[in-house]
Design a protein around this ligand. Structure first.
Ligand code: SAM
Length: 279
């Protein structure tokens, strides 16, 4: 689902990169000042727009580890109290600070936009370690998180969540955002979660459990192998690191899964196959 990827907007970019003219910088700065005066309360039900200007104080999100503090420090250099690692050390939960007025990318189908907040907000994120790196190696953590609870993630997962009913398969645990939302829908009777990582399941599911409202069966394994063996009303598949290249994979999975009535894939339902955007 989706990154704390700030907009690569170096107003006075690094040497060697195209520089903005003073007039362009003035125009951009003026634009962000205007946006900061137009911020509205966040609602998970709000529609995507190219420009989302949000009141930071209203961005209430579920934190799986509420005692973890928010930080701007690099993921590998976080201090005590600013992260939780899975017992095997393969995953790190932390809360990234999104500073006031700094644009974050959003996307909707083939369209791209930005969101800004009028106050700093904490955005929970889940990083996975690259195999073979030492614990203190700055390169240890993948640059892009598997999941971060940005507005873009909320808005792009919502169409799938709204399709959940009866027996729903959710593929991809991540931060369990979609799993929890699906389990809270009246139309849903039970859920089967399919997740590749046993370590992630063992670590997070006990934390997630109190948030669930329906029975959830967990199957650990590769969704591409497991899902074709299941019978369900719908499968919601979010196992993709980037937005925009999932349609072919979903079509192929659906063709091999005759006992699942409907499929939805993150980054495929509204996509027209444009360039990949990392989470
Ligand atoms: C983007 S995260 C899912 C985020 C989740 N939708 C949420 O709301 O928090 C992707 C998850 O899919 C899992 N995953 C990746 N490839 C997979 C596969 N082939 N089969 C099953 N799970 C997979 C990853 O371990 C990760 O937990």
């Amino acid at each position: 689902m989706h990154g704390v990827t700030p907009l690569p907007l170096g107003l006075a970019g690094p040497p060697g990169r195209p520089q903005l003219s003073p007039a362009q910088i003035r125009a951009l700065t003026g634009d962000y000042r205007r946006r900061l005066t137009e911020c509205v309360p966040w609602s998970p039900a709000m529609k995507w727009r190219r420009e989302l200007n949000l009141q930071g104080a209203t961005y209430g999100i579920r934190e799986l580890f509420p005692t973890v503090g928010a930080s701007l420090d690099p993921v590998h250099a976080l201090g005590h109290g600013l992260y939780v690692d899975s017992p095997g050390g393969s995953f790190r939960y932390c809360v990234r600070v999104q500073p006031r007025g700094r644009p974050l990318l959003t996307w909707w189908g083939s369209q791209v936009g930005t969101v800004i907040f009028d106050a700093p907000v904490g955005i929970p994120a889940l990083f996975q370690a690259r195999p073979g790196y030492a614990r203190d190696d700055p390169e240890r953590w993948n640059e892009h998180p598997w999941m971060s609870l940005t507005p873009a993630e909320y808005l792009t997962l919502r169409p799938g969540t709204r399709m959940a009913r009866g027996h729903t398969v959710v593929a991809g645990l991540g931060l369990a955002h979609q799993l929890i939302e699906v389990s809270r829908r009246l139309q849903v009777k039970r859920v089967t979660l399919v997740e590749l990582s046993q370590e992630l399941v063992d670590w997070l599911m006990p934390v997630v459990k109190p948030h669930l409202r329906k029975p959830v069966e967990v199957v650990v394994g590769d969704a591409y192998d497991i899902i074709p063996q299941l019978r369900a009303d719908i499968a919601l598949v979010d196992i993709f690191p980037g937005y925009g290249n999932a349609q072919r994979k979903i079509d192929e999975l659906a063709a091999r899964s005759p006992r699942i009535k409907k499929f939805w894939g993150w980054g495929s339902s509204e996509m027209s196959g444009r360039k990949l955007r990392s989470r």
